[in-house]
Write a protein that binds this ligand. Structure first.
Ligand code: NAD
Length: 308
């Protein structure tokens, strides 16, 4: 199992590290445009192998796509992250060009790869990869919901005073401060709805804190977060590599599901060796349906800024 991660920055390196620590892939290639940067990150990570007990080989290359040839899974994290006060949508000008070039280079050398898009604005970048590569929809996956759901579970556990392992919940919709749809009506603590334990006001606060989860960290760190994003990507990569048939909310091209067409947005999917093997239609409350529609409008507005 060969995995390429483009962008050896904060998220790309974290993602490579988690993949290696989980020890399911034989090889991870880190590629960056900055001379020597991916090589340095790869060497540093390889020097953790004996300490962390993994056998995955991590190599770094400067913009040499021949080294990525025949990858099974390619992750795109290249591009600029947001600074405090910025929205993800503001990154489109620079990141669209990067993502378009990178995806074309990846496909040239790994025509059968499954692509995971991480660069922001992620739903629009996922749509761009669809439009520019023409790959089948099961092989293009946007990562956002897996991270947003992890942040939702963190906030739920905090509100409940419970361990995170007691909590389950999911965030669908667009990967943006206003677009996320935390499914509070479906969230549970050991199969009991969280609404049994938390007031409506507290649940609204949990949802609000979840939606600005990325912005909160960007303000604290001065750049966007990387540990949880890297871990979330590694979870998707593992589900595909190990054919786990796990359910994650991912950005995928919708063709009528959730009443939406010709848009990439986060919905629950089953991930296995073929990438997105199924889109799972779950019942939504009227408020969640309305939120999903307004979220889609926001994504379409950003998609409208794309130039093909
Ligand atoms: N989808 C999500 O949930 C999520 C979460 C966090 C970050 N992000 C996004 O991921 C992206 C990366 O964030 P980061 O914090 O790792 O940024 P970073 O600046 O630390 O790393 C980005 C790397 O991309 C490289 N790069 C730029 N252009 C390139 C090109 N053409 N080819 C190869 N490499 C290139 C840069 O040299 C840099 O090392 C950002 O767009 C950020 O907004 C998404």
């Amino acid at each position: 199992m060969k995995v390429t991660v483009v962008g050896a920055g904060a998220v790309g390196a974290s993602c490579a590290e988690y993949i290696a620590i989980k020890d399911f892939a034989s090889e991870v290639v880190l590629l960056d445009i900055k001379e020597g940067y991916a090589e340095g990150k790869a060497m540093d990570l390889m020097q953790t192998a004996s300490l962390n007990g993994f056998d995955t080989t991590i190599t770094g290359v400067t913009n040499d796509y021949s080294q990525t040839a025949n990858s099974d899974i390619c992750v795109i994290t290249s591009g600029i992250p947001r600074k405090p006060g910025m929205t993800r949508e503001e990154l489109i000008g620079i990141n669209a060009g990067i993502v378009k070039t990178v995806s074309s280079n990846l496909i040239e050398h790994s025509p059968n790869a499954i692509i995971i898009v991480v660069s922001n604005p992620m739903d629009t970048m996922t749509y761009l990869v669809h439009k520019s590569t023409g790959l089948p929809k099961n092989r293009i996956i946007g990562m956002g919901g897996a991270l947003d759901s992890a942040r939702f579970k963190y906030r739920l556990a905090e509100a409940l005073g419970a361990p995170i392992s007691d909590v389950d919940g999911m965030v669908i919709g667009g990967h943006s401060d206003t677009g996320m749809v935390p499914l509070t009506s479906h969230a549970t603590r050991n199969s009991v709805r969280v609404s049994e334990f938390l007031s409506e006001e507290r649940l609204e606060q949990v949802a609000a804190d979840t939606k600005v989860g990325g912005a909160t960290l960007t303000k604290l760190l001065g750049t966007s977060a990387w540990y949880a994003p890297g871990a979330a990507v590694s979870g998707l990569v593992q589900a595909i590599a190990c054919d786990q048939k796990k359910m994650f909310p991912c950005s995928t091209l919708l063709e009528g599901e959730y009443g939406l067409e010709d848009i990439c947005i986060g919905v629950p999917v089953i991930l296995g060796k073929n990438g997105i093997e199924k889109i799972v239609d779950i019942p939504l409350s009227d408020a969640e349906k309305a939120h999903m529609q307004s979220s889609a409008e926001g994504v379409r507005k950003t998609n409208g800024l794309l130039e093909f």
